[in-house]
Write a protein that binds this ligand. Structure first.
Ligand code: COA
Length: 372
């Protein structure tokens, strides 16, 4: 346990154990990641995102029947209540997409509030199925002024998301890339947004309030927003040589290079190699190759200059770009995946709840008397 005196050394709660959890293990020594005991490499190779969402929220791998039933149910939960559509119609067309998801979640909490009829698992599934519908409904409505259909007939969440974004059935390679990316983004123990979700849940607040808090925490560029910033960085350069010079200059000016470094991992992010491999698989033309070469050069420079390694966000940005996904949707995709982990943590927090309320290290003025 950390005392008030130690708190100065642990800015941002780095290295502090803030509670027990049986959901996910970030192996610091071996730089590994496991969800409920399964390695991320095993899951990315053999599981689907629906398998992983079930594993996280229910504790074990679904049987074939459970998976089929789960997918069928998620398909039924994709469409949105008309009141939610009405409100999405009224939100500004130029809104930040994370604000749309936060507002959409909040509105759904009014229409289908947590109650006996809407259990916590039912809400977890509803949000898992409908975040992509909320975002793409809003985007298409403001683009065309017509209510779009949200019925894609796709079997999987990844397929549904990509179909809505691209407006057509996605290529299987792209669908599976997004599926793997959703697996990689689904869970990461006590990161800032998950801890926010648990803190809100610990007050005995409702499911939607906790998830709205998580979206708010994820929106920042030091957390979920890093994938969009990483793409902007890669696209800023014309050649790998230009990227090398530019990144060295940024480092000399003490600028942060988005998509690099991690609070828990010290030498590599185990998720990065998996998504980098996918980005490489998706290269189709000279332009893709140029962006990939620029990214690899940035990776080299960051290692040589700072011993910093790419985190999941860096090559995810490139993989998403190669799938045809617009950059401003990268962080919302993180929400569509992390809802699985947030829900698992919320349920776990409630199962053995204790109000989360740490203490601060006071640095203000000495005691004084009121006088104007
Ligand atoms: N670019 C440049 N320098 C970086 C860096 C980055 N991405 N990440 C860390 N550093 C530097 C810091 O400036 C600091 O240097 P200093 O000792 O000279 O001041 C040193 O490395 C230690 O960094 P610190 O900020 O204490 O590490 P942290 O554990 O607080 O930060 C992150 C972790 C993730 C917030 C940080 O690495 C970062 O901001 N990365 C970019 C954003 C990002 O990719 N976020 C997604 C995380 S999954």
């Amino acid at each position: 346990m950390t005392t008030t005196k130690d708190a100065k050394k642990t800015g941002g709660l780095a290295g502090i154990v803030a509670g027990d959890s049986a959901i996910c293990l970030c192996g610091v020594e071996e730089q590994s990641l496991r969800y409920r005991g399964y390695s991320i490499e095993d899951l990315a190779k053999n599981a689907s995102f629906e398998d992983v969402a079930w594993l996280l929220t229910r504790g074990q791998i679904p049987s074939h029947d459970e998976l089929k039933h789960f997918r069928d149910n998620l398909k039924k939960l994709r469409d949105l209540p008309s009141t939610l559509k009405d409100i999405l119609d009224l939100l500004p067309g130029g809104s930040n997409m994370m604000d749309i998801l936060r507002s959409g979640c909040s509105v759904l909490g009014n229409i289908e509030p947590e109650s006996k009829g809407h259990s916590q698992l039912a809400i977890a599934d509803r949000l898992l199925a409908s975040f992509s519908s909320m975002l793409l409904y809003w985007q298409k409505f403001h683009h065309t002024r017509q209510r779009p259909s949200l019925d894609t007939h796709e079997e999987t969440i990844a397929g549904h998301i990509l179909h809505l974004i691209l407006g057509k059935k996605p290529e299987e390679l792209h669908r599976r890339c997004l599926d793997v990316s959703l697996i990689l983004y689904a869970e990461h123990e006590f990161n800032a947004s998950t801890f926010t979700v648990r803190t809100i849940a610990s007050t005995l607040s409702d499911f939607y309030s906790a998830i709205c808090g998580g979206i708010g925490a994820l929106r920042g560029p030091l957390h979920g927003g890093a994938n969009e910033a990483a793409m902007a960085l890669i696209e800023k350069f014309q050649t790998a040589d230009e990227a090398e010079a530019g990144v060295k200059k940024m480092l000399a000016e003490k600028q942060l290079i988005m998509g690099f470094g991690h609070r828990v991992y010290t030498t590599s992010d185990p998720r990065s190699a998996i998504i980098k491999e996918w980005a490489k698989k998706l290269i189709r033309n000279a332009e893709d190759q140029r962006l990939y070469d620029i990214a690899e050069r940035i990776e080299q420079v960051m290692w040589n200059e700072k011993k910093l390694f790419p985190n999941l966000d860096f090559y995810s940005a490139l993989a998403y770009h190669f799938c045809g996904i617009p950059t401003q949707m990268f962080t919302p995709l993180f929400v569509m995946s992390r809802i699985a982990g947030w829900s698992a943590h919320l349920i776990e927090q409630r199962s053995n709840n204790k109000l989360i309320r740490p203490i601060s290290n006071y640095t203000g003025p000495e005691p004084r008397k009121w006088s104007r």
